[in-house]
Design a protein around this ligand. Structure first.
Ligand code: MF3
Ligand code: CO
Length: 290
């Protein structure tokens, strides 16, 4: 990495002189790097202007999920949910990020019961009383990305499934408590994992969260089966998702060979997921999308 002069413009694009911007940050990071920490690359550290634009994108993502929350009910097809997402997003000036992403055919992922993630909306799939469903929305606005998902309990859901949904939601809060600068992503990952295990559940290993903002999926990959003190260091200006997939039964999953996307639990038991998009701040975190 080229050393900048104190009076040169900062690499982050803020327009400020390096000495008034990321100089102290870089020195600190360099120290941790020489102690063996995995430190983030500059490309994923956002400046204030980028953060503001990502937040504008997130306003649409939140509005989309609020709309789904108000309208979802037994009898609706997942294709109708997909249309709501497309319509709300585009009316607000955004683009649904999943649409045509690596060949994904729809605007949102809808994952019911034993579907872990990446369920593809279909007119033939009807949401039923007693189902739990994850609706995972992602938005592009002016080239900036947001991503979050929520679970919905449809009608009369069994206490076992309700508890899975609730514990998974609580696990985000447990993880968030570990998000602060100069800690490690593994601190968050282990907290989520311990909490899921204490509640008798398992956490999916193969699929995780990700950096996001300037791209849909950026470094780092975020695991929820990681260990305290490991993985990438969290620093101010980093934005990533917390989106654990928690299974009622075993952790094993498989991907549908026919469509190449949909992930199921191997034992057929239910799985739940909530996703938030989080910014690491100077003294902790800020939730960008939920
Ligand atoms: N929102 C999902 C995520 O958290 C997106 C999966 S890619 C898609 O990364 F194409 F299926 F949308
Ligand atoms: Co995500």
């Amino acid at each position: 990495m080229r050393k900048l002069g104190r009076n040169e413009p900062c690499w982050c694009g803020s327009g400020k002189k390096y000495k008034h911007c990321h100089l102290a940050f870089d020195s600190k990071l360099e120290g941790y790097f020489y102690q063996g920490a995995e430190v983030p690359p500059r490309e994923i550290i956002k400046n204030q202007e980028q953060i503001d634009k990502i937040k504008e994108s997130a306003k649409i993502n939140i509005a989309v999920l609020d709309y789904v929350a108000e309208h979802i009910h037994a009898g609706v097809s997942t294709a109708e949910i997909d249309k709501w997402v497309y319509d709300v997003t585009t009316k607000m000036g955004g683009i649904p990020a999943p649409l045509n992403y690596q060949g994904f055919p729809k605007s949102v992922c809808t994952s019911i019961n034993n579907v872990v993630c990446h369920g593809i909306p279909s007119p033939d799939e009807i949401v039923k009383d007693g189902d739990i469903i994850n609706v995972d929305a992602s938005t592009i606005l002016n080239g900036y990305f947001s991503d979050s998902s929520r679970m919905f309990c449809i009608g009369d859901v069994s206490p076992e499934k309700k508890r899975l949904v609730e514990v998974t939601k609580q696990s985000l809060q447990v993880g968030l408590e570990q998000v602060k600068p100069w800690g490690f992503l593994g601190d968050m990952g282990q907290a989520v994992n311990d909490f899921a295990m204490e509640n008798g559940y398992s956490v999916v290993r193969e699929i995780g969260g990700h950096g996001i903002g300037l791209e849909f999926h950026e470094e780092p990959w975020v695991s929820y089966v990681s260990k305290r003190g490991t993985e990438m260091m969290m620093v101010p200006g980093m934005i990533f998702t917390i989106e654990p997939m928690i299974n009622m039964g075993k952790a094993d999953v498989f991907t549908d060979e026919k469509n190449g996307w949909t992930v199921y639990t191997s034992d057929g038991k239910p799985s739940a997921q909530w996703e938030i998009q989080v910014l690491v701040t100077e003294d902790g975190y800020e939730i960008i999308s939920y």
